[in-house]
Design a protein around this ligand. Sequence first.
Ligand code: ZN
Length: 440
Amino acid sequence: MGGRKYFESEIETMDRSNLEKLQMERLQWQLKRCYEESPFYRERFMKAGIKPEDIRSLEEIVRIPPVTKEELREEQLAHPSFGRYTVAPSKDWAELHPSTGTTGVPVNTIWSHRDVKTIASWTARTMWNFGARPGDIVQNAFSYGLWVAGMSTHYATQELKCFVLPIGAAMTERQIDYLLNPGSTVLLCTPSYALHIGERLAQRGISPEDIPLRRGCFGGEGGTEVPATRKKIEEGLGIDAFDYYGLAEIGPTIASECEEKAGLHWVEDHILIEVIDPDTKEISRPGETGVLVMTHLTKEATPMIRYWSNDLAKLTTEKCACGRTHARSIGGILGRADDMIIYKGAKFYPIQVEKVVRSFTELSDEFHIELTTDERMGTDICTVVVEQMAERGDTEILASSLKKGLKEELMVTPEVDIKPLGSLERTTFKAKRLVDNRKK
Ligand SMILES: [Zn+2]
């Protein structure tokens, strides 16, 4: 690829001491305005017995208690419509983006007019990271509307001077038609939907070589960085596949892989990233898995100070081979802290099951993990439900090698249930991997 290497060269390759200086300046600005203009935040500071000026280094931010989604929800119920954590005046508001609300009432976040510009710009950077360039035809199969990712990537395509097809997350046959004509060059969607599109492409007898698509970035759920999943997406669509991450409360698309595929690069000049040990609430050591906690350094309307994401990741500040200095999460998002399964004393996450399932060519891409109760014994049963591709070997032999593979990864052996191809539901949005049918 010719042309310039980075979207914003100076900021993306800034040495870490200057980057941290910039973060500190922006953090002080943000803490001060939240303290002065948001009763929600001021009360939290007062409860912790601190003032914004007491935070004299980036590390000291741990003195401020983290904000959970539950607290934001309660705040909004107590102070409708948007809670008291809106800092910019309402005349500056541009867009409303509630979270998807999988666990109750949605939590509203607001983008001011300036936030829209900032978000478009950092999202454009995350797209440039994986190789989107002016002139690309971007098939945007992220869901549009209230869900954040569709809008932010749409705006970013305009920043990048791409040609966007705002198709959204639906109509798989139409997706394939557009891949053929006009022939999109970049695809954006969830990894499970990318696998589904690949599957349909094969069923329609279209070879990946017959479409001009060259790369795709996949987010909204984990999985792209699972080697076998990445390989399946890449082979199914004939592309280079990259990982993407974001969340409604912080920003839709705040981290993406670069062409080195060496972990998610954060936009650290806009968001301060911490990885926190969920038990001790201390900062995890480099390379240790913990919960991502994020602070807005530039956001105006609904800034988050130490938002507890519940997503698990590792963090390294080592300079990437691409030359960028912003921190990375190698291996991407490693699960949800509340998706942790405790089974017969072992702890594991659905993404680990995915890693094993996807390494079997005899199995389709779909799977789920079902928790039930053994009523006779009163104990939990964990079953990994998968689909066998037609005419791919003996089911019993497959079941025993799958169990063996799962035991190696999870340190415990779940039950397995191998169903015929097509038994499990396909999704165009986020795949639901964990089904809890236990008797409470
Ligand atoms: Zn890189």
